[in-house]
Design a protein around this ligand. Sequence first.
Ligand code: FES
Length: 107
Amino acid sequence: MGNYNLDKMQHHILICHGSSCKRNRAEEITSAIRGEINLLKAGSILVTRTECLKRCSDACNAAVYPEGIWYKEMTPKAGRKLVRKLKKGKLMKKHISYHITNNKEAT
Ligand code: FES
């Protein structure tokens, strides 16, 4: 695999693959997100597996940058929706647990 062209990157999705998130479908969610990226030709969205994001009780977690939004209790369906929303420049309101830019946890 060659180098990903960072010039085209608009969003970076970090998907937790720590033990709690793995038990809560992290691999399936990652596949769903990558499938949707391929389907929509959304190559500007980069996906990376991470180690524990330290929010295990919210598993499965994903963080999206540069938006600085963390999502909890992700599912494959939510992962596909997240890609569609990002492609349209919109937020996926459901599943937000934290928004870094306003330093607030979602309630
Ligand atoms: S295992 Fe995912 S946040 Fe800890």
